[in-house]
Design a protein around this ligand. Structure first.
Ligand code: IMP
Ligand code: MG
Length: 337
């Protein structure tokens, strides 16, 4: 049995979607199941020249043999889910836990219409905060109460457990990032739930003793969307001059860009129980590394960056992303002891 969790180590948008897609293609999990808050997350997956943005369906959908699940703790927006199932052509492979919280039009209106959430916190306006609040108040509908979701309903923890019992690999996909965890992040500038690996396990009803690996994804140049502290943030002019410009997958807001934060990386690795680190955007540290698939071909500058990042994180780097496309990655997990 092997159960792996993937989470974001900084403020979200670290490139988890791409790392999940690579691991799905390589490790061939029979189930890929999402934890995390809900459709406030946007993951980008690029296969060849085609780019997909997903908010509900797990990013591992690119591996066609995996069942795609949405764990119990996640909030489901039936409209977003239906749209993705239709556009990605994954009907029949997508399953939702019957107890998931459901996002209604009212939650979205309350998220967008609330100045504290929309302006001070800079929420994504996807209804997640109000939906989680209603879930805690025990007045929110569950997936099993919504006819549009009837075709997807299963017991996700039980489905995952059957695969683990059979010795099959399972991938639990986290969303958001450590810095916006409700518990451990920069409160109150955070999302509406914890985002650490323990939460992703809990979202899927997988007990801590069943987890084998926790992969924490760090971006060489971290980004943050929305408000809140960002200690290594650069002036936009500086990141623009470096050619780094990013826009949110969900909100299309311009992302704030910062330098590597070793202290945050270490703290995040500690709380996540990181066993393998993944570094994305190494081509921004040295553009000569773009698209490289072989560790030996990385430049001295990139290798020095990785060495120092590994010292900060305190656990080995097993994956290095060298560009946005799913195959632009160096996977040295096998070489780690
Ligand atoms: P909410 O989760 O929509 O309430 O937004 C709260 C804060 O978390 C805002 O600063 C959002 O920009 C941020 N946030 C929520 N989800 C994500 C994500 O998936 N990536 C990056 N930032 C996010
Ligand atoms: Mg994102």
């Amino acid at each position: 049995m092997s159960c792996t969790i993937i989470v974001g180590g900084f403020f979200g948008d670290e490139g988890k979607g791409k790392v999940v897609a690579h691991i799905a293609n390589t490790d061939r999990p029979t189930i890929i199941s999402r934890g995390g808050v809900g459709p406030n997350a946007g993951h980008t997956v690029q296969v060849g020249t085609k780019e997909y943005g997903v908010r509900m369906v797990p990013s591992g959908f690119v591996f066609p043999d995996a069942k795609l699940c949405i764990g119990t703790g996640v909030l489901v927006d039936p409209r977003v889910l239906k749209h993705e199932v239709d556009t990605l052509g994954v009907r029949g492979r997508v399953f939702v836990d019957r107890r998931c919280g459901v996002i209604t039009e009212d939650h979205i209106a309350r998220d967008k219409g609330n100045d504290y959430l929309a302006k001070k916190i800079g929420s994504t306006g996807s209804g997640c905060g109000p939906a989680n609040a209603d879930r805690v108040m025990r007045v929110s509908p569950q997936a099993k109460d919504v006819p549009e979701l009837a075709e997807y309903l299963i017991d996700v923890p039980e489905t995952i457990d059957k695969e683990l019992q059979a010795g099959n690999p399972v991938l639990l996909e986290g969303t958001q990032g450590f810095g916006i965890s409700l518990y451990f992040g920069t409160y109150p500038f955070v999302t509406s739930k914890d985002t650490s690996a323990s939460q992703i396990a809990a979202d899927n009803g997988v007990g801590p003793t069943k987890i084998d690996d926790v992969i924490v994804v760090f971006k060489a140049y971290p980004t943050r969307v929305g408000e809140g502290p960002f200690s290594t943030e650069m002036p936009a002019a500086e990141s623009d001059a470096m050619g780094i410009q990013e826009f949110g997958t969900v909100t299309h807001r311009k992302r704030r860009i910062g330098g590597w934060d070793g202290e945050m990386a270490r703290y995040s690795a500690m709380i996540n129980g990181c066993t393998i680190a993944a570094i994305t955007g190494i081509d921004r540290v040295d553009s000569a590394c773009f698209g490289i698939k072989d560790y030996g071909k990385l430049t001295k500058k990139a290798k020095e960056f990785l060495k120092s990042a590994e010292d900060d994180i305190g656990c080995p780097i097993g994956l290095i992303s060298t560009g946005p496309e799913v195959t632009q990655i160096i996977d040295i997990r096998d070489e780690l002891a």
